[in-house]
Structures are given as structure tokens and as C-alpha cells.
Write a protein that binds this ligand. Structure first.
Ligand code: TYD
Ligand code: MG
Length: 455
């Protein structure tokens, strides 16, 4: 056996090096390498071609083997899961601190427990008393949940091994779990990976649906090794602005269902309530349509997010220099769009102050925002509200053409899901329009006619 080498593991991406470096050579993160216990290195002559047990091959159509999904009792949660919990599956749920992961999972656990299933909630972050207090506040104190505060995976698995396997097992969070078989503090890459491995093995062997809560880093990725995402069957992210009420549960990976399904919740005094018709919530405060507001189906990487763009135009008495202010979008890009609207559509903003704001504190980088910004500006200028059920997206060229953008069908589906019935976008309808009703616009003057003409 060769001598074990020193081993440094990146906390962000999980890659290993044998030399300490200030920056991870794989993902580029700074100060993320920490030394971890060496691994046994086998010599290359190690032979795996004999001495093992024979494996059994299975037919694909084995009868009666299909797992039956179990509903969580929260239809929005089930929807995001692609139809409910699959027994023996592992789900990783990420989300910013305080967004409501523990609340959501406690509610789901209680629903399952109250419908007769055994449900275990292990908290490594809060004392049992704290969880009980939360349950009381949620009106769930009577639910027969099996609740424990624990962080030792050995204790947890020993205890679970002595009882009937539950239908649902929540581990809140995987970063607080600890295995005495592995060196290092809870939260290190080897601990997270090792604990997850053991818990997932238990879940698979016993047909238990397992949910691992995972912390996210400041850039929104689930902290710890990327391998955690490979180990589980489903990766979900719970998102929202903490200052706003709505929360979106999104599946980013799903071995048993589609990945573009979302569940929508509202955080209220009594916990999370489900929003069956998300547009009601999203459009709250937009019931009386206001001039200058346009909804844009943005893409955040591969994820669609609907945001509201607000424009305000204040006519000035002649003489003063008009102000232009932009929050959440590119200044230069707005100047360009105003110039195109002036040059190609004959609109005049020269004696008016123009303010643009992306609601919810979003910062838009998606070039497809052009059309929505233009719609908001024209609507503000004309003092005519846009249709409340419409979204707008597309890139605008200097010539005033509306250019195609990527991910049309994802934008349309997300819009329809959030209750928007019509979408204005570039040129021809995309191949898949199983979402909002699509209306193509080819040049910017079309947009002006649409809005000024009042359709
Ligand atoms: P929590 O579930 O603890 O978040 P996470 O587990 O993702 O860190 O949610 C905590 C937040 O939710 C907290 O800021 C208070 C708020 N909250 C409510 O608004 N209403 C409620 O009924 C509960 C239980 C929490
Ligand atoms: Mg929590």
C-alpha cells in the first residue's frame, strides 16, 4: 500500500489537491481549501476481478416493483416534487437561512404524521423545545411527529434501526451532522459527504423518503461538495426575497420527474400557506393596473424568474436638465433604449425625467429585458397601464428590431404557471407554446402601436 498523501479539499466544489493553495484550481474560490484526513491509497495492482459476490440481473418489467408516490399533504410541495415523495429517494433542499426550509418541512412532516404515516424530524440546529415552539405557532403541536435534536449519525441510524422505518425522514441540516468514522468537524466536505452517504443508504434500503436540508453559500449554491448534488435523487431550492411574502420551491434536478415544476407558497404569521393561483400573490399590489409596470420573465442561469419592471416619467417645465435614474438594470442600456425609442418610434423623452426600477431588489443581466423595459417606458409615457396578464421579453437592436432570445419555451411555461395568459416576444412563436398565449412583435414601432393603440 502506498503512503497516504496530504489531502486538501475545496469546501466550495469538493475537488482535491495534495498541496495547499490560496485559490482552488478547479472552481477558483479563494481560501476554500482545508486539510482533511488522508485516504488510503491502494496500489495499482489491486485486482477487483475476483473474490466478489455475483450480482443479480433484473428484468425491466418486474411487476409490482414500481414505488407508489406518497403525497406530502402540501399540493405545491408535491407539484415541485413531480407528484409526491418517492419512497427510498433522497432529496436535498437548499435555501438561504431564514427563508423557511425548516417551517416547510415541519409542516410537511406534520401533514404526513396526521394522515397516519410515521414521520421523523431530526434537528441538528435547534433544540427540540425550539422546534416545539414553532410547531405550536403553526398550530401543529398535536401532530404525532417523532421529533429529536441530534447530530450524531451513529445515534440517528442506531435509533432508526430499532424501529419501523418511517415514511419520511427529515435531517435539518446535513451540515450539522457528524460521523465518528470520519475525521473533521461537522460541515467539512468529508463529513457532509460521509454522513449523507450513510443516511442515503439507510433511506434506500428501507424505502424511506429522506430530505436533507442544505445550507447555501452567498452565491446561491448549496454549500459543501457538488458531489452531494450527485448523490441525491432530487435537488430542490427554496427561494424568495425575505422582505417579500412569496416563496418559490423549485426542483433543479429530479430523477423521478420534470425539473421545471415549481411550488409557490406565501410566508404568513401561521407559517407557509400554499398559493394555488400564484398570480394572485405575485400580482398583489398590481390589482389596479398602473401605467409604467411591465412583467418580465427573466432567466437566472437556467432558472426562470418573473420580475416586475417599473418606469416613471415626470414631465418637466422647460429649462431644467432631466434626471435619469436606474435601479437594477444597466444605465447605458436604458440610455440606448431611450435613444432607439426616440429615433425609431418618434417618441420624445427629452424634456422628461425617467426613472426605472426592477422590483424586489433584482439586478437584471438578461438582455431579453429590453422589450419589457421598453413596454414599461412607453406605458409610462402614454400613461396607459399594460394588460395585467401580459409578460414581455426580447432583445431590442439599435435599428429597432426585436431580436430572438434564448429559452422562450421556459419563459412561457413559467409565465403561464404564474398566471400570465399572454406573452409578447420576438417574431414567430417558438416551437413549444404550451404556456402563455404568444404574440410576436418584429419591430419596436409594433410595440408602440400595441400600447398606444390600447390593445
Ligand atoms: P425557517 O423555517 O426557520 O427558515 P430556514 O429553516 O430556511 O432557515 O424560517 C424562519 C423565518 O420564517 C423567520 O424569519 C420567521 C418566519 N416565519 C414566519 O413568518 N411565520 C411563521 O409562522 C414561522 C414559523 C416563521
Ligand atoms: Mg432552519
Amino acid at each position: 500500500m502506498a503512503k497516504p498523501k496530504r489531502r486538501y479539499v475545496c469546501a466550495a466544489c469538493g475537488s482535491e489537491t495534495h498541496r495547499w493553495q490560496g485559490q482552488c484550481p478547479d472552481c477558483g474560490e479563494w481560501n476554500s481549501l482545508t486539510e482533511e484526513a488522508p485516504q488510503t491509497v491502494f496500489s495499482q495492482k489491486h485486482d477487483l476481478s475476483s473474490g466478489g459476490r455475483a450480482i443479480r440481473f433484473e428484468p425491466l418489467d418486474a411487476p409490482g416493483e414500481m414505488p407508489v408516490r406518497r403525497t406530502t399533504g402540501l399540493p405545491e410541495f408535491d407539484r415541485a416534487l413531480g407528484g409526491g415523495l418517492v419512497p427510498g429517494s433522497a432529496i436535498l433542499m437548499g435555501g438561504e437561512p431564514g427563508i423557511g426550509k425548516s417551517t416547510l418541512l415541519l409542516q410537511a412532516t406534520a401533514k404526513i404524521a396526521m394522515s397516519g404515516g410515521a414521520a421523523v424530524y431530526i434537528s441538528g440546529e435547534e433544540a427540540a423545545g425550539q422546534v416545539r415552539l414553532r410547531a405550536e405557532r403553526l398550530g401543529l403541536a398535536k401532530a404525532p411527529i417523532q421529533l429529536a435534536a441530534a447530530t450524531s449519525v451513529r445515534d440517528i441510524l442506531t435509533t432508526l434501526g430499532q424501529m419501523e422505518p418511517p415514511a419520511l425522514l427529515i435531517i435539518d441540516s446535513i451540515q450539522t451532522m457528524h460521523s465518528d468514522q470520519i475525521e473533521g468537524a461537522p460541515g467539512t466536505v468529508s463529513q457532509v459527504r460521509g454522513c449523507a452517504f450513510e443516511l442515503i443508504r439507510y433511506a434506500k434500503e428501507n424505502g424511506v423518503a429522506l430530505v436533507l436540508v442544505g445550507h447555501v453559500t452567498k452565491d446561491g449554491n448549496i454549500a459543501g461538495p457538488r458531489v452531494l448534488e450527485h448523490m441525491v435523487d432530487v435537488v430542490m431550492s427554496f427561494e424568495g426575497e425575505r422582505s417579500h411574502q412569496y416563496r418559490i420551491l423549485r426542483s433543479l434536478k429530479n430523477r423521478f420527474g420534470p425539473v421545471d415544476e415549481i411550488g409557490v407558497f406565501a410566508m404568513e404569521g401561521q407559517g407557509l400557506t400554499e398559493v394555488g393561483n400564484p398570480s394572485l400573490l405575485f400580482l398583489s399590489g398590481r390589482e389596479n393596473p398602473v401605467a409604467g409596470s411591465a412583467v418580465f420573465p427573466a432567466m437566472e442561469g437556467t432558472r426562470p424568474v418573473l420580475v416586475e419592471i417599473q418606469a416613471l416619467i415626470v414631465r418637466l417645465a422647460s429649462g431644467a436638465t432631466p434626471r435619469r435614474a436606474v435601479v437594477g438594470w444597466d444605465n447605458g442600456r436604458m440610455a440606448m433604449l431611450l435613444a432607439v425609442l426616440e429615433a425609431r418610434c418618434g417618441l420624445s423623452f427629452s424634456s422628461a425625467e425617467v426613472y426605472l426600477n426592477v422590483a424586489g431588489g433584482y439586478r437584471l443581466a438578461d438582455p431579453a429585458a429590453d422589450l419589457a423595459v421598453a413596454a414599461a417606458l412607453i406605458s409610462a409615457l402614454a400613461d396607459k397601464p399594460l394588460p395585467a396578464d401580459a409578460v414581455w421579453y426580447g432583445e431590442v437592436s439599435l435599428a429597432g428590431e426585436i431580436r430572438p432570445v434564448a429559452h422562450s419555451s421556459i419563459r412561457l411555461r413559467e409565465s403561464a404557471k404564474l398566471g400570465f395568459a399572454q406573452a409578447f416576444g420576438p417574431g414567430d412563436a417558438p416551437e413549444r407554446t404550451d404556456g402563455a398565449r404568444y404574440k410576436g412583435l418584429s419591430v419596436l414601432p409594433n410595440l408602440v402601436d400595441r400600447i398606444m393603440g390600447g390593445t
